[in-house]
Design a protein around this ligand. Structure first.
Ligand SMILES: [Zn+2]
Length: 520
């Protein structure tokens, strides 16, 4: 394949620059991969009858769809020619209805306000001509809305020598989005600083703050981290969507989930050590909060040590680590241990010290919950071993580990799978589903996300504990795995497939990225 035929010289230049950036940080990527990430080259996609282009061209809103027809809403009825043309394109009968202009405009604006094509166009316009303050503000709001709509957990703006790069963390993975010129990135930074009350003058030291805004009747918290880097400011906008994050444990693990009963048993123990692990943006905090909310908060003393506190939970005392006033992790832990807790939650175990303190607390009659940054349940144990955690205490106090990540869930517009590949891959009884597209899911076919998990529970009987201890000590944990209660990522994917929650394509690529080469 000749890159020069596919890309313009400017695009090649951008890709080359990024390639060398990746090389510097030790990641191998070729020009083609980078070009695809930037949408310079479109990957072949299944033909989607309802693209935003189409809605814009005909000025219509698709309100419903059945086997034979599309129901559309418009300001004025389409004439016979345009109607015919559209029916041909959509391959279905069109049933149209006018709605008041104002109502139409509101609905239509809502659809377009999160149109990534328009965002891209506006950014390019700015890069070429400059714009006034309100336009920049609108653009930034549009990017935030687009992020919320797509369940993006973080938006990163990283400065490089010539340009800044705006990227989304979606489902735990970074997705390349937009290239901003220096000036646009700086103006975004100013707006964010003003919104969150960060010092505008100080660009030399890292700063963090947050602000709250209402989008489509939902209250969203944004946490802003700004730090200087060699070529300019590095900005991270973390989107804390409360509606998304205060889920109940039943929502995450419904009754029909094969691990549901075990889970409710192990997380409600009086003492022990329970871990929720996964990469950034994998929904660990959501799961941890769901676990806490279903403990008996009225009759238990629950303390958390967090940095930062992301969500407030009723009847739980939350402590924020603040090193600048000497309230560091160690001090916080010592202090709360003297305050007679039943349950202790350690936001994240980042170092040796926190691992050891957590283990000690779990061995002295408390139930300790914490999170770690590892890929699967097994790696969590390895990591604790590496941090010098006491293996005896670990073996005798660990109740369970949930490793997780979030995967896109099929929207209700899903259709029956068109091939048996998924059925075969998951050795399933059912055919499964594949994505479609509708207004609700912004024509992506996916709406919201579900957890894909790798779980291990350690039954408390002495024989199991002893075998587990010996296995930990002799680095043969995987051999002891059979005696524990486990539920692998593959089994979890199989469950999501059988329940019709996810498609084969999504699950297989997720398993692949987790290192599962095939079903064995
Ligand atoms: Zn849909």
């Amino acid at each position: 394949m000749n890159i020069k035929k596919l890309l313009t010289p400017k695009q090649i230049e951008i890709c080359k620059e990024e390639k060398s950036y990746y090389q510097r940080i030790g990641i191998k990527k070729n020009i083609l991969q980078i070009a695809i990430e930037h949408n310079f080259i479109k990957k072949k996609e299944k033909y989607n009858p309802h693209s935003l282009e189409l809605l814009k061209k005909y000025e219509i809103i698709i309100s419903d769809e059945n086997e034979t027809s599309f129901f559309i809403e418009c300001k004025e009825l389409l004439g016979p020619n345009r109607l015919n043309e559209l029916e041909e394109k959509l391959q279905k009968k069109i049933i149209q209805q006018t709605i008041p202009v104002r109502e139409f405009n509101e609905k239509f604006d809502l659809i377009l306000s999160i149109d990534p094509d328009i965002i891209e166009k506006k950014i390019k316009q700015f890069n070429a001509f400059d714009s006034d303050d309100t336009e920049i503000l609108d653009l930034l709001e549009m990017i935030l809305k687009h992020g919320i709509k797509n369940s993006v957990s973080d938006i990163h703006i990283n400065a490089y020598e010539e340009f800044s790069w705006l990227r989304y963390r979606e489902n735990g993975r970074i997705q390349a989005k937009y290239l901003l010129n220096k000036e646009l990135a700086e103006r975004f930074s100013l707006i964010l600083k003003e919104k969150s009350g960060i010092d505008l003058i100080d660009v030399k030291s890292p700063q963090s703050a947050g602000f709250t805004e209402k989008f489509n009747n939902e209250i969203i918290d944004f946490r802003i981290e700004i730090a200087p880097s060699i070529f300019g400011e590095n900005i991270v906008i973390r989107i804390l969507d409360k509606s998304n994050n205060l889920k109940s444990l039943e929502q995450l693990f419904p009754k029909e989930h094969p691990m549901s009963e075990h889970l409710f048993h192990f997380i409600n123990e009086k003492n022990g050590f329970f871990l929720v692990v996964g990469p950034t943006g994998s929904g660990k905090t959501t799961t941890l909060n769901a676990i806490l909310t279903q403990r008996d908060r009225l009759h238990e003393i629950i303390y958390t040590i967090e940095d930062p506190i992301e969500y407030k939970i009723d009847f739980v005392t939350q402590f924020q680590v603040n090193e600048s006033v000497g309230f560091d992790f160690d001090t916080a832990m010592k202090s709360i241990m003297r305050q007679d807790p039943d349950v202790i939650v350690i936001g994240e175990m980042r170092d040796k010290q926190s691992v050891q303190i957590a283990l000690k607390a779990s061995h002295s009659g408390h139930m300790v919950f914490s999170t770690l940054h590892t890929t699967n349940a097994y790696m969590a144990l390895e990591r604790i071993r590496d941090e010098g955690g006491d293996l005896f205490i670990l073996a005798y106090s660990l109740s369970g580990v949930i490793a997780q990540r979030l995967v896109p869930m099929l929207c209700t517009c899903k259709t029956a799978a068109s091939s048996e590949t998924g059925k075969e891959y998951f050795k399933s009884e059912v055919l499964g589903y594949e994505k479609n597209g509708c207004i609700k899911c912004n024509f992506t076919g996916y709406y919201s996300r579900v957890v894909l998990t790798d779980i291990v529970f350690i039954p408390p009987d002495m024989k199991t504990r002893y075998t587990f201890y010996m296995a930990l000590k002799n680095s043969t944990v995987l051999q002891a795995w059979d005696n524990l209660i486990t539920f692998s990522y593959y089994q979890s994917a199989q469950y999501l497939y059988n329940e019709g929650l996810c498609d084969h394509e999504t699950l297989q690529s997720e398993l692949f990225s987790l290192g599962y080469m095939d079903e064995d």
